[in-house]
Design a protein around this ligand. Sequence first.
Ligand SMILES: [Zn+2]
Length: 414
Amino acid sequence: MTKKALKNALIISSLILTSCANQEVKEPTDITTINWEPVTTQESTIEDTQEEIEELEVEEVKEPEHVDLLMIGDVLVHKPVYTSGIQEDGTLNYDHFFINIQDDLDEAEIKIVNQETILGGTELGFSSYPCFNSPQEIGDAEAKAGFNVILHATNHSMDKGFTAINNTINFWREKYPEIKMIGLNLNEEEQNNIQIYEQNGFKIALLNYTYGTNGIPLPSDKPYLVNLLDKDKVTNDILKAKEEADFVVVLPHWGTEYQYGPDTLQQEYTQLFSDLGVDLVIGTHPHVLENIEVITNDEGHEMLVFYSLGNYVSGQNKKDRVIGGMAKVSIEKDYETNECYITEYELDPVITQQGEYTVYKLEDYNDELANQNRIRNQSGCSDFNMEYINDKCSEILGETFNQEQEKVLVKIKK
Ligand SMILES: [Zn+2]
């Protein structure tokens, strides 16, 4: 049966069903509760029905809208990381961070990076741990690679105070107005504004918060500068996001450093997000990968959680901290039912190649590259190799990590 014939058959059968139902409904009061008024109040002639069919035929059946979301973890810019971008002529270029994941980026619509360190500009001087300031040329490389959502609510947001935050916000707004920078705000109104990605009417809300700012308080006259995890604020935002969008994504900066699973704070907020009907959570901050979970709330609503994507690029000196993750989530909106759901999710482990400070997907990595990784020069890291990486991914991700495919890949049947 052709699509058109199938559609006609459906229209005719629905008309038959409607008219059968009409005969069964005897009491006018029942009619009002069923809401089939247009058909029940008029006797349609053959011509009317024919017209109705033609009219319906013109209406296109809208296919489900599909959005692919991709996210990477912390861009944590220690000194060797920012010096890796110095060119012969003295200019800075960081395209090498993203060159090996460009194909993946090109396939996604929403591309998110956690810019852990502030892009305060050269006037503040570049600095490493514990109070970072990083080159804005890193932002240029992120924009060039195609990232369109930059997360800036991190424990390092306040490292260089208001000036650096102001410079970072202005850098993104003036140079890349089409990119959504989330997590930092210049006034209260901006902070209350929900950031929404829209594609053909499919609206996806994106929220970003940090657990804190390393003990550096927000200025008392500017409490809106950085989005902090606060139960009242988060609850209000999520409720607003649920009203304004079809699908709600929370991207929290949380957790305990170097721990492979959620801590109490992560568990508490995960529960809150789930109770409020959030659809997807992707976390950052612990500098290592954490596990993935699907949580179902009392109403049967499912929420997918990647607790931590670990580092994307960093100069950290332990072998588990050069293993991060690239999350990929396929989301659909069915225009017939107005339902939104995840059709597939994936976690591709990624390896920071220290020395060059480029990053490889695990499926493109091998022992030869592992041998050249400068992480091996660090104490306790001389056995960094493919076996170590695969074992660590299995330890953290459990059975969902497929050692043959070197990734987590879950397809969901609807
Ligand atoms: Zn952090």
